[in-house]
Design a protein around this ligand. Structure first.
Ligand code: NOJ
Length: 762
């Protein structure tokens, strides 16, 4: 949207607002704010983590947060799912200052006590309904513990697997990311506008473009043009706003030389004015304070600038609560800046119903009924089955029940690795490990098989990095106590006695997520040593890959008999994996991130530009074209790829008309036949390519997908409707345009294997 249009729209909105009668909410908040002191208003803008975080148990008068509350200087608290604690601290809030209830947040990311697969895994289901249902269950469980605000969905597009937080998002594609973002919002907040006591307010993060961190290094700068940001990255945040998300979290990175937390373009021009977002924006933890290190100014200056750019709440920087009064006195900010932010936070509390009943989310009866129930666990298993990507299968899978298997590797019997990153509330020890799940259906033996890494220091940093920061000096359990050769030898001995080896390798949860960037994204050396020894036994080796990011798997792809990528599959992970390995469910998941051949290819993404010297993905080096001397351009496994136990055949794609008037529509159709022997699901994908445009366009862009169930031998016709919306993009002036001309319309089972027809837009 052009600035001029925004200004006209704003003027019109203001004149309508001036005449419109005040809503009950506005009247309530006007009255409340008229009774609040300046200090209390600023207090509403202050968010703190619960003291002791997840383990916060009791509320005492010595507690820093209680002192702040008593002084009317705290508006929200996050990080505790302890109902008793939350009830007590809510009481303190009501007794203090203006008696305003707290908003209570938490990082509920992929489930709560019942844990679903990590978000990147969930995205590989390509199933927004499933994602919505996981968010609904998470909302139900979290609200039963006293939480009314979740720091999810994380919708950062990422094209670089070195970035550990790729695991928290929906992959590399903005269209799919947008569909999933809506699903999360609907799931958490419910489909209607009202919040009942099972609905939580979402906080869409990290706004914006955090996934574009240069070189995949966490917190690093983002250097994207505004046009590329709009076309390649911003759609999921936009779709979440359209779905009614209640709040956003600003990100740590800078964009266009300005930290996101004080970026007027992102927060005000785009999110509020262009997309119509009316909720509040909270900073990421200490992000205001970090603007000092970004080199913008001291805490007072960055706090003032962040507020004026449109940020409403300060998470853990104490910049607002510590400096805004002074800035107001000095004329650096206006009273209206503070009032605006305070009003937005009070509106969120009003919408949540906290003024009607501050204990609405603190019903002591609910937890026993609504948390970690057998139904939720059963759904966790169902959900996980849809998120397991079969990357290779030379015919060994599915296994017959009764096959004697050796389940080996450092991830084989690690129940706590199933939940993955951000699962602080999970019942970690009760999660179903891969070995447990498999041994429930077939005779199985277990061996740990190897260390994680040969380098002890790297392994220690991974396992204990968090403790080194939060509990320095604490005695850490020793590692590498059993020699690697012995671990490998034990696993080989078990493998020799089995019919098939199931090698469970990859990443423990601390190897991905926040602050977990890697420059080498291969399966770690110690584990490859194990795989080599297993291969040498001559037994078929099925590799079960636990990971939160794409890894480089060239050797594994050549040497393993099958590779099933199970990510971190959640509470019921082991059982879901067994369901697929033993054929109770035919794998249907497809990748939402390209898997590179070499780390040097990164960033790698299917929707890249052609360049003036294009070079096909699968052709060897040729001088003076855009390629590498030592590696192909293409990924090992492309976006959209995943195998099944059956086979699907696609008819050529047809169009209802070869021409489309600008305001018309056209249907693209294919018939997909299940030509194998099993009923199964298939994810049918539609891509477009704008052949000539006034700005350069990607070689392919996903614009539609459908997941269909097809019985063995049956055929299903799949239709996609195309309008100018699917064919539009942000041009060089950042206007959303559909330009007349020819488009390739492509349909297929993944981003590589597509058939094209030409559509002319008039
Ligand atoms: C920092 C992380 O970047 C963000 O995702 C999270 O929600 C906050 N900390 C709060 O824990």
């Amino acid at each position: 949207m052009k600035l001029k249009n925004i200004a006209i729209g704003l003027a019109a909105a203001l004149s309508v607002a001036a005449c419109a009668p005040k809503s009950d909410m506005d009247k309530y908040i006007d009255d409340l704010m008229s009774r609040m002191t300046l200090e209390q208003k600023i207090g509403q803008l202050n968010l703190h983590s619960a003291s002791g975080f997840i383990s916060a148990l009791r509320v005492t008068e010595e507690d820093e947060n209680v002192k702040l509350l008593r002084a009317g200087r705290l508006g929200g608290i996050y990080g505790s799912g302890n109902t008793e604690y939350l009830r007590e601290i809510q009481k303190v809030a009501l007794e203090s200052g203006a008696g305003i209830p707290l908003i209570t947040g938490m990082d509920v990311i992929h489930g709560f006590e019942t844990v679903f697969p990590v978000p990147l895994a969930l995205s590989t289901s390509w199933n927004p309904d499933l994602v919505e249902k996981t968010a609904r269950i998470a909302a139900k469980e979290a609200t039963a513990r006293g939480i009314n605000w979740v720091f999810s969905p994380m919708v950062d597009i990422c094209r670089d697997a070195r970035w550990g937080r790729i695991v928290e998002g929906g992959g590399e594609d903005p269209f799919l990311g947008g569909e999933l973002a809506k699903a999360y919002v609907y799931g958490y907040q419910g489909r209607d506008d009202a919040f009942d006591n099972t609905d939580v307010m979402t906080c869409v993060k990290h706004y914006a473009l955090y996934g574009g961190a240069e070189a995949g290094r966490d917190y690093n700068s983002v250097f994207l043009s505004r046009q590329e940001a709009l076309n390649g990255y911003l759609r999921p945040y936009q779709q979440a706003a359209y779905a009614g998300a209640g709040s956003y979290m600003s990100s740590f990175n800078e964009f266009e030389g300005i930290p996101a937390t004080m970026n007027t373009y992102l927060m005000d021009e785009l999110l509020r004015k262009a997309w119509g977002f009316e909720g509040f924006i909270v900073s990421d933890a200490t992000a205001i304070l970090e603007e000092v290190a970004h080199g913008i100014g001291d805490l007072q200056e960055v706090s003032a600038r962040s507020l004026q750019a449109g940020l409403d709440m300060d998470m853990n920087s104490d910049g607002f609560v510590g400096t805004l009064e002074k800035s107001l006195r000095e004329g650096r900010i206006y009273q209206a800046d503070i009032d605006r932010a305070c009003r937005r936070i009070l509106e969120a509390k009003y919408k949540l119903g906290l003024f009607d009943d501050p204990f609405k989310y603190l019903d002591p009866e609910r937890a026993a009924r609504d948390v970690y129930t057998p139904e939720h666990l059963a759904f966790a298993r169902e959900a996980a089955r849809e998120c397991l990507v079969l990357l290779k299968n030379d015919g060994v899978l599915p296994l017959k029940k009764g096959t004697r298997v050796a389940v080996v590797g450092p991830l084989a019997n690690d129940a706590s690795a199933m939940a993955g990153t951000w699962s602080m509330s999970s019942h970690n020890a009760e999660s179903i490990s891969l070995f447990q799940g498999i041994s429930e259906v077939t005779p199985a033996t277990y061996a740990e098989g190897s260390w994680l890494f040969k380098d002890k220091e790297i392994e220690e940093n991974i396992l204990y990095g968090m403790m080194k920061v939060f509990a320095p000096g604490r005695q850490l359990p020793p590692i590498h106590t059993v020699p690697q050769q012995k671990l490998v030898a034990d696993a080989v001995a078990k493998a020799r006695q089995a019919d098939v080896v199931i090698a469970c390798v990859g990443e423990v949860p601390n190897m991905n997520g926040e602050g977990a960037s890697r420059t080498d994204i291969s399966v770690p050396d110690a584990q490859v040593e194990l795989l080599k020894a297993l291969k040498a036994t001559g037994k078929p080796v099925v590799m079960v890959l636990v990971t939160g990011r794409p890894l480089t798997l060239n050797w594994e792809n050549e040497q393993m008999d099958a590779i099933l990528n199970v990510w971190s599959p959640g509470s019921e992970g082991g059982r879901a994996v067994a369901d697929v390995l033993f054929g109770d469910y035919s794998p249907s998941a497809k990748l939402t991130t390209s898997f590179p051949r070499a780390v040097g290819q990164l960033p790698l993404y299917y929707n890249h530009k052609n360049t003036g010297r294009p070079h096909p993905d699968d052709e060897p080096y040729r001088k003076f074209t855009s390629c590498y001397e030592d590696e192909l351009n293409g990924p090992l496994y492309p976006f959209g790829f995943g195998l099944s136990y059956t086979t699907f055949e696609y008819s050529p794609v047809t169009l209802s008309s070869a021409e489309m008037p600008m305001d018309g529509s056209v249907t693209a159709s294919v018939t997909v036949t299940n030509s194998g022997g099993r009923d199964a699901d298939e994810i049918v994908q539609l891509y477009i390519h704008d052949i000539y445009a006034t700005s350069t366009r990607p070689v392919k862009e996903l614009k539609g997908f459908k997941k269909v169930h097809i019985a063995a031998g049956a055929s299903v016709k799949v239709d996609f409707t195309l309008t100018k919306e699917e064919l539009s993009y942000f041009n060089h002036d950042c206007d959303w345009v559909c330009e007349p001309g020819d488009f390739e319309i492509m349909v297929g089972p993944n981003s590589w294997d597509t058939e094209a027809v030409i559509l002319r837009v008039l």
